[in-house]
Design a protein around this ligand. Structure first.
Ligand code: PLP
Length: 426
């Protein structure tokens, strides 16, 4: 077969883009070579519908072992009794939970997308908002912190069947215990989507939702530093107190209901090459090195936040407890949108994403803010001093937003900073 030089040339270009630039997208990371190797392995050839020991295809004796290892390591990492490692993505993990525990039209509650929530927590353009009936809670305008009083009032009024903790652009710790008390009071199920801070949670740097929530979902590729994918966890399996049934109408333990919801409910064959890569990443996350990594991620985020504040930027909630922060441009640069910042920073080889800030008056396509995170640059070996340098490079670009020459100069500095940094330094 002739080599597909068109695609491989493009992959080379993408490699150069990643290597030469500063990657600040909070949901991205750089994986180790062994994670990459497992994902690029012959396991991609294997069909394995079903679960370890209960497959619909022959020849699964090896992938049964890799998948079981992924499950066991995930449980060890988060202190869970149950893990399903098959969801192809975070969105599909959430879809499977919705499918398992709600009926179309049922009311559920999540953080408003415009306040940091995720599409799958009730956006009108997502399955969650189209198929089910979302009600939202918010952050407070003055503090940027989740308004738990409002959450309780809305929950008591609307009686959602499920409440979701977790977000895409929230830099603070969650009060899972308070949310569980609320869920128990109104007879709701508490789901936490810990996609963003999962790596910090795995090492005990943030409180563990698995100890408080009925069900926890996550992606595996953000702070957890694994391949792109999703996962569902439960701290304790339980006897289906909500009366949920499998698609066959049977009442079973919640673990069986969730397994049914993933396969055959939402997905066909699992991606066994990705699951093997998840197992490798979970093995790495169990190591002491990973604790050093997540501490550096957080320390880098705090150094970055402090430098932004020093230069006069506003950070929603004033700082960060995790790996990310949301910057509100309206104080320092009220006339510049997040979109303009994103597009201009790309010219300097700095990648961020525009983001709405709470109570934003601009549209989601323009936005008044941007989100940054430190997982990826920490994987490349950068430390606190580099964070201060990066914030100053960002400020240089925004301060010269229409000055192509100045931006080209900043780009040279960015490329020089990253030139000797390996793709994966751990
Ligand atoms: N949940 C949260 C909180 C997220 O931030 C994201 C992605 O950014 C997802 C779910 C979805 O993950 P995926 O892109 O793998 O579907």
């Amino acid at each position: 077969m002739k080599r597909d030089t068109v695609i491989f040339d493009l992959i080379e270009k993408e490699y150069a883009r990643q290597k030469e630039g500063i990657e600040l997208i909070a949901s991205e990371n750089f994986v180790s070579e062994q994670v990459m190797e497992a994902q690029g392995s012959c396991l991609t050839n294997k069909y394995a519908e079903g679960y370890p020991g209960k497959r619909y295809y022959g020849g699964c004796q090896v992938v049964d072992q890799t998948e079981q290892l992924a499950i066991d390591r995930a449980c060890e990492l988060f202190g869970a009794e149950y893990a399903n490692v098959q969801p192809h993505s975070g969105a599909q993990a959430n879809a499977a939970v919705f499918f398992a525990v709600l009926k179309p039209g049922d009311t559920f509650m999540g953080l408003d997308l415009a306040h940091g929530g995720h599409l799958t927590h009730g956006s009108p353009v997502n399955f969650s908002g189209v198929t089910y009936n979302p009600v939202c809670y918010h952050v407070k305008e003055d503090t940027g912190l989740v308004d738990y009083d409002e959450m309780e009032a809305i929950a008591r009024e609307h009686k959602p069947k499920m409440i979701i903790a977790g977000a895409s652009a929230y830099s603070r710790e969650w009060d899972y215990a308070r949310m569980r008390r609320l869920a128990d009071e109104i007879g709701a199920l508490l789901l936490c989507d810990m996609a963003h801070p999962a790596g910090l949670i795995a090492k005990g740097r943030l409180s563990n939702p698995v100890e408080h929530c009925h069900i926890v979902t996550t992606t595996t590729h953000k702070t957890l530093r694994g391949p792109r994918g999703g996962m569902i966890l439960m701290g304790k399996d339980y006897e289906n107190p909500f009366g949920y049934k499998t698609p066959k109408g049977e009442t079973k333990m919640m673990s069986a209901v969730l397994d049914f919801a993933v396969f055959p409910g939402q997905q066909g064959g699992p991606l066994e090459h990705v699951i093997a890569a998840k197992a490798v990443a979970f093995g790495e996350a169990l190591s002491d090195d990973f604790a050093v990594y997540v501490d550096q991620v957080r320390s880098n985020a705090q150094a970055m936040a402090a430098e932004f504040v020093k230069l006069g930027y506003k950070i929603i909630s004033g700082g960060t407890d995790n790996h990310l922060m949301l910057i509100d441009l309206r104080t320092k640069f009220p006339d510049i949108s997040g979109k303009k910042v994103e597009n201009t920073l790309v010219k300097a080889d700095i990648t961020i994403n525009k983001n709405m800030v709470p109570f934003d008056t601009r549209s989601p396509f323009a936005t008044s803010g941007f989100r940054v995170g430190t997982s990826a640059i920490t994987s490349r070996g950068l430390k606190e001093d580099d964070m201060r340098t990066i914030v100053n490079l960002i400020d240089e670009v925004i301060s010269n937003i229409d000055n192509e020459e100045a931006i080209a100069e900043t780009r040279k500095k960015v490329n020089a900073l990253m030139a000797d940094k390996p793709m994966f330094a751990w």
